[in-house]
Design a protein around this ligand. Structure first.
Ligand code: COA
Length: 359
């Protein structure tokens, strides 16, 4: 299916795949850039154009659209809730629904292999989420039957290889967002919907949490094309798998199923494919009830203390606790523990109500 490029800005997306129709829906270019209003509003499927999405997309300086409910059967992405904000890039779609952002890797015809454009788009998606300032959970998933088949072997490795500068710069963009994802302030959740090879496994490992369908296939296939897992992929294996399993998959290039990934601890849970959305939503709903500052600092304390001895870790977490108290206006004492005093909830079983919280 042809990609409908917008000469002004890349605000176009093709959601439908292999449906035999154009399945295009577009965002209008910012004034003076690129296509005319009519040309930019192309949507050959009636159901889609009727959704009113391009009209609303004019809001927010043309970069975002507020999606209406879309009912067209040809969409490969699930229907969006009314009011969801969207950013559509060439290879990545970003949805923001209140405190939850969902990043869709969107090159299904190439099994969501990460080409240089996707690496640029991922950096832009992370920029946007950070700039929003209110996101507590970021879900990363793939469009189609693949989470990601890893680095695009042709566009990232084969084609630029003979030009060392180009090779370096091309891959730097990838390495940059890998590092950013690992250190991201919001809670990151990989929703692994299919193949996760090389960089796909890496992204799963970099996320804080991961859910997968039982039948998804994971693999460190680098050994099969003559290298070892790089760009953080060996790190991801050593930090998410027991030693013998990490070395087994690094050295053999064998695949593991989602079920095995759960067994070894690479993912939190493997579920039947038709329960993947529901299971991810269940986790997301828990996360968004928490104080975002607490979430961010909890991640920092976890990450930093893994390399400390106990006395150092205690000193560090005590300092962080005071930092948290200050940044949150002492929410844990003033709100959470006051509610406990009234026996409004049992912290062992549920979380406090943040309705009266100020942070
Ligand atoms: N880089 C570039 N292209 C890739 C790719 C990658 N990592 N993974 C898949 N593709 C391409 C295929 O070459 C094919 O392109 P084509 O239509 O131009 O021939 C297309 O995506 C579809 O893939 P295909 O192999 O036909 O799908 P499949 O369902 O039969 O197999 C995989 C899926 C993932 C098992 C297989 O594509 C594969 O082995 N990919 C490479 C995985 C890998 O080694 N990743 C590590 C990268 S660090």
């Amino acid at each position: 299916m042809p990609f409908l490029g917008c000469p002004g800005r890349r605000l176009w997306a093709i959601f439908g795949k292999r449906c035999g129709e154009s399945c295009r829906i577009g965002f209008r270019c910012p004034p003076g850039q690129g296509n005319t209003k009519e040309a930019c509003r192309i949507g050959t499927c009636d159901a889609r154009t009727a959704a009113g999405l391009p009209e609303a997309a004019l809001s927010k300086s043309g970069l975002y659209g507020r999606a209406a409910k879309v009912t067209c059967a040809h969409f490969s992405l699930p229907d969006r809730k009314e009011g969801t904000e969207m950013m559509v890039l060439e290879t990545v779609n970003l949805e923001m629904d209140g405190p939850v952002a969902t990043i869709y890797l969107n090159r299904p015809a190439k099994k969501n292999a990460m080409n240089p454009q996707m690496h640029r788009d991922m950096n832009q998606a992370l920029d946007t989420i950070e700039a929003a300032g209110n996101i507590k959970a970021v879900v990363v998933t793939g469009v189609g039957d693949s989470f990601s088949a890893g680095m695009d072997l042709e566009e990232c490795f084969l084609q630029p290889f003979d030009d060392p500068q180009l090779f370096y710069r091309t891959n730097l963009v990838a390495l940059n967002w890998f590092k950013r994802l690992k250190a991201f302030p919001a809670v990151t959740i990989a929703k692994v919907n299919g193949f996760a090879f090389g960089g796909g496994l890496l992204v799963t490992g970099l996320c804080d949490l991961a859910v997968t369908s039982e039948t998804a296939l994971f693999g460190l296939s680098e050994i099969n094309f003559g290298i070892f897992p790089a760009g953080g992929a060996t790190w991801a294996a050593t930090h998410n798998l027991p030693r013998k399993q990490a070395l087994y998959y690094i050295l053999t290039g064998d695949t593991m199923t989602g079920q095995q990934a759960q067994e070894y601890g690479l993912v939190n849970k493997a579920v039947p494919a038709d329960q993947l959305d529901a299971e991810t939503d269940r986790i997301v709903r828990k996360i968004v009830k928490k104080n975002p500052i607490t979430l961010e600092l909890a991640k920092q304390v976890y990450e930093r203390t893994t390399t400390m001895d106990l006395p150092t870790a205690i000193d560090y977490d005590q300092a962080k606790l005071w930092e948290l108290s200050r940044l949150s206006g002492n929410e844990w004492v003033n709100v959470a523990l006051k509610q406990f005093e009234k026996r409004a909830y049992q912290p062992g079983l549920s979380t406090y109500d943040r309705a009266e919280a100020k942070s």
